[in-house]
Design a protein around this ligand. Structure first.
Ligand code: GDG
Length: 495
């Protein structure tokens, strides 16, 4: 029988590697920093996941297994920021074949509805199997008897089964941060059966949206010939029959923490400075994305460009700020995208800029969290227009920062966030005319309506924060509260 701590983690019997809670994610929650004296230190890489899991990690004596992001030997176990971390190593070849190859050029495009063409290479798959095996081995070594192991995302889909084969005593949860595609698309994967069987080593499979969980259940039936009943898959094996649950747990952010940052006087001052530097336009439009083809940056720029051509929007009345943070720069499709985005920005600015007045401010850089909050505060209209996105945290961050309940969110229907934000101006980013009209509606929204919309979104993001997400997943995994998982999967309208 497992004991529950406050955060819903089963307190395990001592044994094994000694950790009652093990997070397995492709990346560590810290970045390596080279010191001037030639030494290495670790700086926290800010992210919602670590914020959510840190209290659980501390309380349960947890450990986090992940890759540092650099090619080379494994840093091994170490302590940083008060957390026990196990750094995994990837060779240059594994970075190419596993990370850039199978993860980012096979699974990423496949799981995002083949927006780019997935490439299938057997040697990439071999690297995926080998790296997953190493992560599973590390988890098996770190986990105490009866521990809870939480595996994250599409890079590690084989880990649940590989781990269960070594450690039948541990409880295994898996959360997929990106969409799970419809079967017609998933079926293209030459290793579809192995992936499904890998996932089914878990006790609980979590997804962003109900549609993702439904797609995964269908893949279990079609690719592995298994029977499903409601949200349960029945799996037979040498150790007997097990039931695996698949449900939606929409991820969120540290809403209170971000709202506090946005309330700080220095951040508010910075937001005013940004607006001044932009020439005090009436309307600041903002896009913030990793430079990724799933995010619909080109569609957004094209819509804005047409609004400028038609004289409906543009400086000095309105300007667009587009932050496109560098991402996966060694992967071909990302290099091509960068060129296309930069050409489009140049074309728009070339046509419409005047001395001292620029319609698109394009920033291919990464910023500290405070600067991001200031940008969110400076923006009257936030444009979040992905072609496909598991959740989209940027939409939630914008809402969390708008403490005065002003501002408008233009949001793609194809994001997980769209399921939760009834107050957003929803768009189909493929429909350029529709997107142009919706952007115009958002820029012209009356303050009272804007407040009503923002208030409902703020309530949602405040009540459903990342801590609640983690607690809901972990308590469902512990089997004590199946209702929490079902609750997390309900439509926003039912709250
Ligand atoms: C995956 C799924 C799902 C971006 N630029 C900077 C910066 N960011 C931060 C944002 C936000 C995060 O990165 C991006 O999160 P998203 O959710 O928008 O997108 P993905 O990176 O694709 O994340 C996604 C997510 O996993 C969680 O499950 O929502 O669907 O694709 O937090 O603020 N942060 C800072 N400087 C930047 O320049 N500090």
């Amino acid at each position: 029988m497992s004991l529950m701590t406050e955060n819903g983690v089963a307190a395990a019997e001592p044994g094994g590697g000694g950790h009652n809670f093990v997070v397995v994610a492709s990346r560590l929650p810290v970045d390596r920093v080279e010191e001037p004296d030639g030494g290495t230190s670790w700086r926290p890489s800010p992210g919602g996941l670590v914020t959510a899991l840190e209290p659980v990690m501390r309380e349960a004596g947890g450990t986090w297994i992940g890759w540092s992001g650099d090619a080379g030997p494994a840093p091994g176990p170490f302590e940083a920021q008060g957390l026990h971390l196990v750094g995994m190593g990837l060779s240059e070849q594994e970075v190419r074949n596993f990370y850039e190859g199978f993860c980012n050029a096979t699974l990423w495009p496949l799981y995002h509805d083949v927006i780019a063409s997935p490439q299938f290479h057997r040697h990439w798959w071999d690297a995926y199997v080998a790296v997953n095996q190493r992560f599973a081995q590390a988890a098996a070594e770190q986990a105490a008897q009866g521990a809870t192991v939480w595996v994250h995302d599409y890079q590690l889909q084989l880990v649940p089964r590989m781990l269960r084969e070594q450690r039948a005593d541990v409880r295994i949860g898996f959360f997929n941060h990106i969409p799970f595609p419809g079967y017609e698309i998933f079926a293209q994967l030459p290793w579809r059966r192995q992936v499904v069987e890998g996932l089914l080593g878990a006790d609980l499979l979590g997804f962003q949206r109900r549609a993702d969980a439904t797609n995964a259940l269908r893949a279990c039936r079609r690719a592995a010939g298994l029977t499903t009943r409601g949200t349960t898959v029945r799996v037979g094996g040498p150790a007997g029959i097990r039931d695996v649950q698949a449900a939606a747990f929409p991820i969120s952010i540290d809403s209170a923490g971000l709202s506090q940052i946005a309330a700080r006087e220095d951040v508010r001052k910075r937001a005013r400075e940004i607006r001044e530097a932009l020439g005090q336009p009436e309307i600041v439009l903002l896009g913030v994305d990793r430079l990724d083809y799933t995010k619909g940056i080109l569609h957004r720029l094209n819509a804005y460009g047409e609004l400028l051509n038609e004289g409906r929007l543009g400086p000095p009345q309105a300007v667009l700020v587009q932050v496109a943070s560098p991402s996966r720069e060694r992967v071909e499709a990302y290099r091509t995208l960068r060129e296309e985005v930069e050409q489009t920005v140049s074309r728009i600015n070339g046509q419409h800029a005047e001395v001292g007045s620029t319609p698109v401010h394009y920033l291919h850089q990464s910023y500290p969290r405070e600067e991001m909050a200031a940008l969110y505060l400076a923006a009257d209209v936030m444009l979040v227009t992905p072609l496909r996105d598991g959740m989209n945290l940027v939409a939630k961050e914008y809402v969390a920062c708008r403490n005065d309940e002003s501002g408008a969110l233009v949001l793609s229907e194809f994001t997980g966030a769209a399921d939760e934000f009834g107050g957003a101006f929803l768009v189909n980013p493929h429909d350029i005319e529709g997107m142009k009209d919706t952007i115009m509606r958002a820029t012209a929204v009356k303050p009272a309506e804007a407040r009503r919309r923002m208030r409902s979104m703020r309530r949602r993001v405040r009540e459903h924060d990342v801590a609640r997400w983690a607690a809901s997943f972990l308590s469902t995994l512990d089997g004590t509260s199946v209702a929490a998982g079902a609750d997390a999967g309900r439509d926003a309208s039912t709250y």
